[in-house]
Ligand binder design. Structure first.
Ligand code: SF4
Length: 135
């Protein structure tokens, strides 16, 4: 996956997309933690994505900020991944995730050797325009 974007996306396809597709088979809905603030590619994530006729995709945190998430965790005393305390704001597979430095983008530690525009594994490939969904 370090040699080319094509190979990296093939790895994501085998290890993430195909298993997810099997897990979602026959399901009418799924819920994600996508937030618009996470990246430019996610800036128009709708609360309810109706673009896939097989199932609705619900993104209840779409308009939450990083601060909103940590406030909710604190107020409700929720458990969270300890890597967040080690400067991993976005956590993926170990070979493809590193800690970030102060001032870096939230997702700078994901596939850090690639261009910014390529930084999605495909699980949340954009298939909807804002007009097609209810926000
Ligand atoms: S994030 Fe990295 S290790 Fe994980 S599936 Fe994608 S390429 Fe493979």
């Amino acid at each position: 996956m370090y040699k080319s974007i094509t190979l990296r996306k093939a790895c994501c396809g085998i290890r993430k997309m195909e298993p997810l597709e099997r897990a979602l088979a026959g399901k009418k809905a799924w819920i994600t933690g996508l937030r618009r603030e996470q990246s430019g590619a996610r800036s128009d994530v709708p609360l309810r994505d109706l673009s896939d006729p097989r199932r609705v995709k619900l993104n209840p945190l779409a308009d939450w900020t990083w601060g909103d998430v940590w406030h909710y965790i604190s107020v409700n005393q929720l458990a969270y991944n300890p890597l967040h305390d080690q400067f991993f704001p976005s956590i993926g597979c170990a070979p493809c995730t590193r800690a970030i430095s102060q001032g870096e983008d939230f997702r700078a530690g994901r596939w850090w050797w690639e261009d910014e525009a390529a930084k999605e594994c495909g699980l949340h490939a954009k298939t909807v325009s804002p007009e097609e969904s209810t926000t």
